[in-house]
Ligand binder design. Structure first.
Ligand SMILES: [Zn+2]
Length: 139
């Protein structure tokens, strides 16, 4: 087993490996693959399978690539999209998790998301980002 790991390490030396873009390509390929299995139409199912296969090829190509400079540049272009997507899911997961105890409001001035304790009554909310104050009523 240890020998096997050494062999993989030797094989991967100088190769690009794993990054945010590759992780996303793999996840998207898997999702397309799984969704494709539930499609009844033969042609559409084949197209899904083909796209999933193509993405896996790209994933393997990028992972084993020796042109680390180019792969890194691709990842840098992709990173902001990745961060935004992760933040979106993190935010909605949190919102879902404390939906009973907290309310979420957008600051009317700077559009920042504000998290407020769910207590009945009229509240003056102060945005910590821009200092703007606004009223909200929680029933
Ligand atoms: Zn604000």
């Amino acid at each position: 087993m240890r020998n096997f790991i050494y062999k993989i390490q030797a094989f991967m030396r100088g190769r690009y490996g794993f990054d945010e873009l590759n992780m996303s390509i793999l996840v998207i390929a898997l999702i397309i693959n799984i969704v494709g299995r539930f499609i009844f139409n033969f042609t559409a199912r084949m197209i899904f399978r083909l796209i999933s296969f193509a993405l896996i090829i790209i994933f393997i190509f990028r992972m084993l690539s020796r042109n680390c400079y180019q792969r890194n540049r691709e990842n840098e272009v992709f990173k902001p999209i990745f961060t935004k997507t992760v933040d979106f899911f993190k935010f909605n997961y949190r919102r879902f998790k404390d939906g009973r105890t907290h309310r979420y409001y957008k600051c009317p001035n700077c559009k920042a998301q504000l998290r407020v304790k769910n207590i009945k009554g009229k509240h003056t909310i102060r945005c910590p980002k821009c200092g703007n104050q606004f009223q909200k009523k929680i029933r």
